[in-house]
Design a protein around this ligand. Structure first.
Ligand code: DC
Length: 224
């Protein structure tokens, strides 16, 4: 099978992370969670007290920010200005700030090159919101994974209940706000690429989604 660059876009809680990890493991590919990059920027924005609507402040922050993924034991750690912040970027505050800063052109431009660079040798599964539409319009296989909002909130709640005090209702409210903000922003809004394969994960387990994806991946990987 030839080397592929695979993108998986979709709203929060649709199961992208689990499925991207499983798919990349099956293929022996690297998995890149691009949401973590936006969370990394949000982490620094909060730390430095920059406002999400302060374009100049965001520009200066991005210009001086050394943000990168480093491969450690088969998975990528997020390093910001020399510090591993992978375990610090999943708080509700950072989640909402990541969504806010992701609507800013200066932030998207800053992360665009970084993401393109990570994809240059293929053999990568990229998870995000605009992977198939903006960052890798030339991707070999594009998936758009969706699920009912109620289902997505329940999944996120089950993932977070040991780490956060947020109730199911609060999580569902945040998810609906993020859906709206991420899909109505002017720059790189969340939407399926025209040539994306749409999968609704509501009635499916993660392995069923991956089995489904593998059919397309094999077909496309062996097609020429
Ligand atoms: O996937 P996530 O929940 O970690 O993403 C956090 C935020 O980052 C999300 O609300 C929107 C933004 N994001 C984006 O705009 N583009 C991406 N490719 C990935 C994430």
């Amino acid at each position: 099978m030839r080397k592929l660059l695979i993108t998986i876009d979709g709203p929060a809680g649709a199961g992208k992370t689990t499925v991207s990890r499983m798919l990349s493991e099956q293929l022996g590919y690297i998995y890149v969670d691009t949401g973590a990059l936006y969370r990394g920027v949000a982490f620094e924005v909060i730390k430095k007290g920059v406002k999400s609507d302060d374009a100049e402040g965001l520009r200066t922050l991005c210009e001086t920010l050394d943000l990168k993924f480093v491969l450690e034991q088969k998975s990528l750690s997020l390093i910001s200005n020399g510090k591993n912040i992978s375990d610090l970027i999943r708080t509700p505050e950072i989640t909402m700030m990541a969504s806010a800063v992701s609507a800013k052109q200066v932030v998207r431009d800053f992360l665009f090159d970084l993401q393109r660079q990570l994809g240059k040798d293929k053999c990568v599964v990229f998870e995000g919101r605009d992977m198939g539409t903006v960052v890798f319009p030339d991707a070999d296989v594009k998936f758009y994974l969706d699920a009912a909002a109620e289902d997505r909130a329940k999944r996120r709640y089950n993932e977070m209940k040991d780490k956060s005090t947020q109730t199911l209702h609060e999580i569902e409210k945040d998810i609906l706000k993020r859906d709206k903000d991420d899909s109505t922003r002017n720059i790189a809004p969340l939407k399926p690429a025209k040539d994306a394969i749409l999968i609704d994960s509501t009635p499916l387990s993660a392995s069923e989604v991956v089995d489904n994806m593998m059919i397309y991946v094999k077909q496309i990987g062996e097609s020429y």
